[in-house]
Each structure stands twice: as structure tokens, then as C-alpha cells.
Ligand binder design. Structure first.
Ligand code: 5GP
Length: 184
């Protein structure tokens, strides 16, 4: 049986407080999956997760879709073990799928500056897909620096560092079921 999560998590000298409870997240993921199901009916989309952070959101999202879809992943590295983006993106794993004339849905855990998702969208668009749309669980509108259309947004959150539900702190805490924000 899994442990019940507390509302405060201590990491060294820092404290994280609950921002989004697991029930709220699950409810919202189902709503997003419902919209995606309606919009991609008969289109056999390729749903592409951005590793590592999106793995839990991606899994919950596709389990709630009632359409046929294919799955692939990109792996990027931009944060290292820091809490602030390095402003650089490195591709660590490329796609296996042929995306020519396909409908692509990119799945991100969080859009912060928008650099990572813009970088990937540009790469994909050069391979002539039928469409490229974005689904992100979290968006930090105050941090966004790139001009992006994001079709599916789970939650808009303040500009705070968050962990849990796939999001890490130095590679840990991804397996928390709720999302926690660094206390200011
Ligand atoms: P962007 O390229 O939009 O600035 O950053 C996107 C990536 O940065 C996300 O996929 C995620 O890996 C990481 N990131 C951005 N904000 C946070 C945050 O608050 N917490 C964690 N753990 N990662 C973040």
C-alpha cells in the first residue's frame, strides 16, 4: 500500500508545500483527454512525450483517451540538476517514428520559458507533419518568453519551482502523486 502524502515536503533546508492535489490533477487530466479524444477522432495521432518530466502525465493522459494513437518520446536536457533553466537545450533521444503527414500531439509536463517546446516544434515542422499541437500539464505564464500556441493546458501556475507528478528536483521526487511548490 502506498504512503499517504503530507502537505509539506522537506528537502534539506528547503520546504515544498502542496500546490495541486492528486485528485485535482486526475480530474483535469481526464478533462484534457476528453477534449483530445474529440479533436483527434479518426486521425490516429502520434502522441510524443518529452522525457523525463512528462512520463506520468503522458501515461495518465493516454490511458484516458478513447481513440487509437501511437506513442513516441523525445528526450531533452535543459535544467541539469538546477532549479533555474540553463537556457540551452540538448537533444538526448530523437524520434523513431516517421512523422510526414501525421498529426502530432507534443506532451510536456511544464512550459516555463517555452524554449524546449519551441525547439522541438521547429524540428518537427521541418519534417512536414499534418499538424503539431501542444499539451502541457502546467504553464508558468509569467515566465513565458516564446510566442507559442498551446492548445491543451492543465493548470496555469505562478512562477515557482515545482516538484512531483513527473517533475524532479535533482532527479528525485518525480514519483510524488501531487505537485508541490518551493516555499518562498
Ligand atoms: P522551458 O524550456 O519551457 O523553460 O522549460 C521546460 C522544462 O524545464 C520542463 O520540461 C521541465 O523539465 C523544466 N522545468 C521548468 N520549470 C520547472 C519547475 O518548476 N520544476 C521542475 N522540476 N522542472 C521545471
Amino acid at each position: 500500500m502506498r504512503q499517504t502524502e503530507t502537505s509539506i515536503i522537506k528537502v534539506g533546508n528547503e520546504e515544498f508545500e502542496i500546490l495541486l492535489h492528486e485528485n485535482e490533477i486526475q480530474k483535469r487530466v481526464k478533462e484534457l483527454a476528453q477534449k483530445i479524444t474529440e479533436n483527434y477522432h479518426g486521425k490516429l495521432p502520434i502522441i510524443i512525450g518529452i522525457l523525463n518530466g512528462s512520463f506520468i502525465f503522458m501515461s495518465d493522459l493516454v490511458k484516458n483517451l478513447s481513440i487509437q494513437c501511437e506513442i513516441d518520446f523525445f528526450k531533452l536536457s535543459s535544467y541539469g540538476d538546477e532549479k533555474i533553466s540553463s537556457g540551452k537545450v540538448t537533444m538526448l533521444k530523437e524520434l523513431n517514428a516517421d512523422i510526414n503527414d501525421r498529426n502530432i500531439l507534443l506532451v510536456e509536463d511544464i512550459v516555463d520559458t517555452g524554449l524546449s517546446i519551441s525547439y522541438i516544434k521547429n524540428i518537427l515542422e521541418s519534417s512536414n507533419p499534418a499538424s503539431v499541437k501542444i499539451a502541457t500539464l502546467l504553464l508558468k505564464p509569467e515566465s513565458l518568453k516564446h510566442n507559442l500556441d498551446i492548445e491543451y493546458i492543465g493548470f496555469e501556475i505562478p512562477n515557482r519551482f515545482v516538484i512531483g507528478y513527473g517533475l524532479d528536483y535533482a532527479q528525485k521526487y518525480r514519483n510524488l502523486r501531487s505537485i508541490y511548490a518551493l516555499k518562498q
